[in-house]
Every structure is written in structure tokens, then in C-alpha cells.
Design a protein around this ligand. Structure first.
Ligand SMILES: [Zn+2]
Length: 219
């Protein structure tokens, strides 16, 4: 991508679940996830992305300590200019369903509850975000977006770093499905949803609607 379109900003998702047969985001020992054993692999994965031309790396694994580890390895290898966008408050959500079936990345056993956050917990989001900022994150992210607008709003009030929100596959698919059924005006609901995420405090939105929304904004 960088060879063909050098001006395109490429941000890469850094995680291990794409490369593990069990589908977990970290190293598995027995039937638990070994947080600390995962850090070196995650950092080296981020370095490989930077070497391949990524303009920014975005760790999505939710292991504690990975932002610091990535910052260190990037700095040691002359990539101190590469920013880190951290999936800082990532909830254990059923809204990831369509992506998981498309990417075949659902964990083969257990779930991601031990490292992703409990949807009922709001205070932990502030803790996770603060920790990632202390470790050197440049942009922090809340994921998913729509059922977590209050979290976006709270994080916005607490911190002054750029804040991203991830409008995930389930949020996208529900609008697409309802539009297909003739129940809603898909384009209008898309824009209303993206506006709500922005209004809640997101500076940037990661969304499968990107092209469609850009077309509406340009028209
Ligand atoms: Zn993962």
C-alpha cells in the first residue's frame, strides 16, 4: 500500500489473534492467557509493521504493559516518530460478531473476558486509558462506540489526548440489515450515528462506513 500510495496514512492493527490457532490475543499457557509472555511478541509484531511502512501502530490486544513495550522497541529501532494508537478501553462485546465470523477469529475456547473489559464497568475505562497514556500512547480509543457513548464522553472529560472511537462491525451490520428490510433510511441513520459518536467527544471515528460517509459529506 505504501509503495503504490505513499501519501496514504496506514495504521495497522497489532495483535496476535490473527496468527494463533486458538484465536486469543495473547500467549496461551494451559487454559489461561499469559499477559507478560505476550508483550515481547506483540512489541516485535509492531516493529515488523513499522519496518513494512506503517505510519502508526494500533495495539488491540488489551494486554497490560504492551504500549510501553512497543514504545521501547520502536524507539530502539529508530522509529520514535511512529505514534501509537492504543485500543485503551476495549469492551468484551457481542457487537464484534460479524467481524469475527468474517475473519474467522473467534477464540476456539473460552472468551476474551480476562483481558477485555466488562461492559458493566465504566470506571475501569478511565483506569485503562490513564495507564496507556502513562505508557506512551499518543491516541487512545474506545471500542465499541454506539453502546459506549457515555464512556467516550467520560474519557473525553478526563483526558486531553486525541480520542478515537471504533464503530464496530455489529453496529454497521445492524444499520445495513434494517436498511435492507426497508425499515430505515440507511444513509440518514448512518450519519445520525456517526454524529452521535462525534458529539459524545470522539475526535476520530474508525468505521466501515468511511467511504459512504465521505460521499455524503462531500455531496
Ligand atoms: Zn486480538
Amino acid at each position: 500500500m505504501k509503495e503504490k500510495l505513499p501519501d496514504l496514512v496506514v495504521i495497522t492493527d497489532v495483535c496476535l489473534c490473527q496468527y494463533t490457532d486458538h484465536g486469543h490475543c495473547g500467549v496461551v499457557k494451559g487454559d489461561t492467557i499469559d499477559n507478560d509472555a505476550s508483550l515481547d511478541l506483540i512489541a516485535r509484531t509492531a516493529l515488523s509493521h513499522a519496518r513494512a511502512g506503517a505510519d502508526m501502530v494500533a495495539p488491540s490486544d488489551m494486554m497490560d504493559g504492551r504500549v510501553a513495550e512497543i514504545r521501547e522497541i520502536l524507539d530502539e529501532n529508530n522509529f520514535s516518530q511512529i505514534p501509537i494508537m492504543s485500543y485503551a478501553a476495549k469492551y468484551c462485546s457481542a457487537y464484534y460478531g460479524p467481524f469475527r465470523s468474517a475473519a474467522d477469529s473467534a477464540p476456539k475456547f473460552g472468551d476474551r473476558r480476562t483481558y477485555q473489559m466488562d461492559p458493566a464497568n465504566a470506571l475501569e475505562a478511565i483506569r485503562e486509558v490513564t495507564m496507556d497514556i502513562e505508557e506512551g500512547a499518543d491516541i487512545i480509543m474506545v471500542k465499541p462506540a454506539l453502546a459506549y457513548l457515555d464512556i467516550i464522553c467520560r474519557v473525553r472529560e478526563e483526558i486531553d489526548l486525541p480520542l478515537a472511537a471504533y464503530n464496530v462491525s455489529g453496529e454497521f451490520s445492524m444499520i445495513k440489515a434494517a436498511e435492507k428490510m426497508g425499515w430505515i433510511d440507511g444513509s440518514k441513520v448512518m450519519m445520525e450515528t456517526l454524529t452521535a459518536i462525534k458529539r459524545a467527544g470522539a475526535d476520530m471515528i474508525l468505521t466501515y462506513f468511511a467511504i459512504e460517509a465521505a460521499q455524503v459529506l462531500r455531496s
